[in-house]
Design a protein around this ligand. Sequence first.
Ligand code: PMP
Length: 303
Amino acid sequence: MSRISYVNGQYVPHSVAGVHIEDRGYQFADGVYEVIAVREGQLVDLEPHFDRLDRSLAGLEIAAPMARAALRVVVRETVRRNRVVTGIVYMQVTRGVARRAHAFPKNTDPALVVTSRTVAPPNESAVRDGVKVISLPDIRWGRCDIKSIALLPNILARQQATAAGAYEAWLIDDAGDVTEGSASNAWIVDKKGHLVTRALGTALLGGVTRASLLDACREAGVQVVERAFSRAEALAAREAMVTSTTSYVLPVVALDGHAIGQGADKGKPGPVYARIRPLYEARVAAALAGVPVRPLQKTAKVA
Ligand code: PMP
């Protein structure tokens, strides 16, 4: 079956889908995106992804390409036309097509592209045995809360991780603290046994999976502390984890070649992971089954 993609008002064969060479996304990375998981043919946390898209668009002063209700239809239709049961939807909004000049063009409509494809869930060995991460300096800009398509530092970091045989790169800010991964949020279980993830702000992306796991934990009475943690603290942590739309929740068992954990759990997924991953899975399963889940906590507004 050939893939179908949505490009500026039309569903077209993926093989010939394209945008103009003066699309500002192509020339300036002047745009934003979302990646949404598809499970059992349904969209996971669609509205929180739309909320974040709205915040990203507002942050760059790009108009919404269409009303949310229409966007919902386009996203669902793209999934349907590609018969995706387990996979992702990718949506990208750019400032549109205009003669190249840095300042915003006048009277230009934003451009919308939506694609969808089958993607395997995280592999079983990663879920069971964990993944390795490396750390690298965070060389990104000052508005990492905006899900911009300008991803060069993230790409370079992920490439270095891949070349090193690691799953992800954790990015370290000037204070020595972990901001997040190149495409995921970072978590540890500290020496006191508290589950810790960095508080929201302009230094990191407010992950939808992060928010969903936070909610699942709080509902189940698992205490979570939102605060920064350093690379040194991560190295000495009892456990570590990453979250993202495509990774869900995965245990991290090594950082820069050092095994994480203590005693019998050293280098292995720990008990907090074993407790919270099912909580997250249950939350997603309930939502897919139509059981109302408490809406995600409102993400902090940043300047
Ligand atoms: N941080 C960055 C930089 C990311 O690219 C992603 C993936 N979109 C995340 C965090 C995790 O966000 P989410 O859980 O919404 O996929």
